[in-house]
Design a binder for this molecule. Structure first.
Ligand code: CA
Length: 695
């Protein structure tokens, strides 16, 4: 259904009369309406005519004046955007951004002005505030004291959120670092665990958007579903064909945050205002730096993004984090992508010595992997001269060495060295020149201080300086990226997740791994690349692969996680012993596993329960499934990229007699049915991979 691109009803002379402005997406499914009723600026978002964001406040308080009440829409101007761009390190390579735009100019009672700018694509709504200089061409800069920016969601909405941590707590006072657990299916009224709100991205499920076109459902098998469960029926064996989706899904996040603003998060839910944009806590960054951001004028705040869909596909496939930002500088090198080995996950600090690192370089070489990452303490335990020799050895094997750094500084007590190499421009210049001289082209910088503008500036400064020396960067103990894959060409990925190290640290976290990895395609990894830190093949979380607790997932689950987790430099946490332990099919798959994708599609899934993704690398499709439920899950997977009758290779965890095979991946050949699908069973905490052709 085509709609008018823009409906404006305004310019009535009386200020007591509410004025409206509106804009719809190119295909008309998403519509935004803005109103200044009672002097409050609000917006709504509708999906096929049904409100998915109820009237929610816009505006902010700045040091020069406030735009919270007494506001009047003075003018609105429609626009369009249509551009193509290329990405090298995200879920998709060629991206077409096509949006309708709307600039809503607003005046407060003092005659001060600002503009709310909207971008509306067929799956994303985004807005930001443009702030001009005011009367007399002043002020020329502004401090934003608070934002009214709110998100009021319909009653009955359930949440998939992770809490913001208190500052200066946790190991060596390193939090917040986006390493808290996600909770699924919680009511909006539940307070966040620490009373500090929730970090982005925030996922919401609206059971019914109030329109007959959006049927209510609650994760129960739908009548039209083609899935069937095994002997023990799974309640989630449904929605494969997405014929009967729940009302709507919403993913709220932000993009375009660099040195010019702070990172924000969502407040706890307020019955009046909904969720609002919250600034960093005073205690972050060891109490130093402002909680409020400052910008030059004219200037703009970051984009707040709302991805909306009837199904979860728009959430998983969205590129809004990249659509609305531009590269801030040119790449100084052609930055390679690839896979890396990492001794630290299982062998820990004891492996930071020359001989052990040689064995992980050799492992990378044996697998055809591009990189090996040497983790903390290398400057003391290996020494800089020996690290230079190690880099040369790696190069002789065709492997690039990457080195770990502490970001500190003063922001927390993380003791690991090297310290004080990344926190000042002078130190970085010296260090990065040395890295370039020994041929190291990648660093991992850990333990950042939070989301204040001061910390955002440190990320940007590290990236910009590293680029001058042809070095690319992975961040750990950090915030989420906010458009950084496009803004900074040498940015690779961030941890900002309760990552694989926890599977090593505790049995509890090992038990949570299936839930977590079935959650992240819909949340954390949907808005930015994620360094989860490894496809893990050791059964026991110990160097001897016998002591300590076990990994709970099947081997096929881990193989699949190399596809469902997206990072352009992907960790495969293979151990030297795995070369003897794994089957030839598993090793062959791990050798060919791509780390870059041209296209990503969600086939089916439910956050925290199960997920099936299809990713394309060049002209080959890699289809991967994970099952976090307690029962075997049998799904009919539609494969419209193949013709009926075509043979595909399945790597799974269920043998021909239907028995679980957790430690020995079963390779079978399947034929795509006449209907265009294949039937696959995943064990509990299991998974599968479908490859294009038999090895
Ligand atoms: Ca960490």
């Amino acid at each position: 259904m085509k709609r008018l691109a823009l409906i404006i009803s305004l310019l009535l002379p009386l200020s007591s009369v509410a004025r409206q402005a509106a804009v719809s997406s190119p295909d008309g499914t998403l519509a935004v309406a803005v109103s200044d009723d009672n002097g409050l600026l609000t917006y709504t978002v509708a999906l096929d005519g049904a409100e998915v964001v109820m009237p929610s406040r816009l505006g902010f308080a700045a040091d020069f004046g406030n735009f919270l009440q007494g506001l009047q829409i003075t003018r609105s101007t429609p626009g369009e955007a249509d551009r193509h761009y290329q990405m090298r390190q995200v879920k998709q390579s060629h991206i077409h951004y096509r949006a309708r735009l709307l600039d809503v100019e607003v005046e407060n009672a003092q005659g001060q002005r600002m503009t709310v700018q909207f971008s509306v694509t067929d799956r994303d709504v985004a807005y930001r505030y443009l702030i001009p200089r005011q009367k007399g061409d002043n002020p020329k800069c502004a401090v934003i004291l608070s934002e009214a920016s709110a998100f009021r969601l319909p009653p009955g909405t359930t949440t998939f959120l992770t809490p913001q941590s208190n500052p200066m707590v946790g190991w060596e006072r390193t939090k917040p670092s986006y390493e808290e657990a996600y909770r699924a299916d919680a009511p909006m009224t539940d307070r966040s665990l620490f009373g500090q709100g929730f970090t982005f991205p925030c996922l919401f499920k609206i059971p019914s958007a109030g329109a007959s076109s959006l049927p209510a459902a609650a994760g129960k098998p739908s009548a039209g579903a083609r899935a069937s469960a095994g002997a023990s029926a799974s309640p989630y064996a449904a929605t494969v064909s997405q014929q009967s989706p729940p009302g709507a899904w919403l993913l709220i996040s932000e993009t375009g945050v660099g040195s010019q603003y702070c990172g924000s998060h969502l407040s706890d839910y307020d019955p009046q205002e909904g969720y609002t944009i919250a600034f960093p806590m005073p205690g972050e960054n060891n109490g130093l730096g402002s909680t409020t951001p400052g910008i030059p004028l004219p200037g703009a705040t970051p984009w707040r993004t709302i991805t909306v869909g009837r199904s979860l596909a728009p959430i998983v496939e969205t590129t809004v984090a990249y659509d609305l930002v531009e590269p801030l500088y040119e790449p100084k090198a052609s930055y390679p992508c690839g896979r890396y080995t990492w001794s630290w996950l299982i062998w820990q600090d004891a492996s930071i010595n020359y001989a052990d690192q040689v064995s992980f370089i050799d492992l990378a070489a044996a697998m055809g992997y591009e990189f090996c990452l040497v983790d903390n303490w290398w400057d003391q335990r290996i020494g800089r001269d020996a690290v230079a020799r190690l880099a040369a050895y790696a190069r002789s094997k065709g492997v690039g060495l990457m080195l770990w750094y502490n970001s500190n500084g003063f922001e927390n007590d993380a003791p690991q060295t090297p310290r004080h190499c990344m926190n000042t421009a002078v130190a970085r210049d010296k260090e990065m020149a040395w890295l370039q001289s020994i041929g190291v082209g990648g660093i991992k910088v850990d333990f950042f201080g939070g989301d204040k503008q001061e910390t955002m500036r440190l990320y940007e400064d590290i990236l910009q300086d590293a680029n001058r020396y042809g070095i690319q960067c992975i961040f750990h103990g950090c915030t989420i990226p906010r458009g950084w894959e496009r803004m900074y060409p040498n940015y690779v990925s961030s941890e900002a997740v309760l990552a694989s190290e926890n599977v090593y640290f505790s049995e509890d976290a090992a038990s949570r791994e299936p839930f977590d990895l079935c959650m992240h395609p819909f949340v954390r990894n949907a808005v930015g690349t994620m360094d989860w830190g490894g496809v893990i093949l050791n059964r026991h979380m110990a160097k001897d692969n016998r002591s300590r607790h076990t990994r709970k997932t099947t081997n096929a689950f881990e193989l699949a996680s190399g596809i469902t987790n997206q990072a352009a430099i992907q960790c495969v946490a293979l151990q030297p012993n795995n070369l003897q332990e794994l089957g030839e099919a598993e090793l062959a798959y791990l050798r060919r596993l791509p780390s870059t994708w041209d296209e990503t599609r969600l086939i089916c899934g439910y956050p925290g329960r199960y997920v099936v993704l299809a990713r394309r690398h060049a002209d080959e499709w890699y289809i991967a499934g994970l099952n976090a439920t307690a029962a075997p899950l049998t799904l009919s997977i539609p494969l419209d990229m193949y013709s009926p009758g075509q043979a595909v290779t399945l790597l799974g965890d269920t043998d021909k007699k239907g028995r679980p095979a957790p430690d020995a991946t079963v390779q079978t050949t399947l034929k795509v049915s006449r209907k265009g699908d294949v039937k696959v069973t995943m064990q509990p905490d299991g998974g599968f991979v479908i490859l294009q052709d038999a090895e």
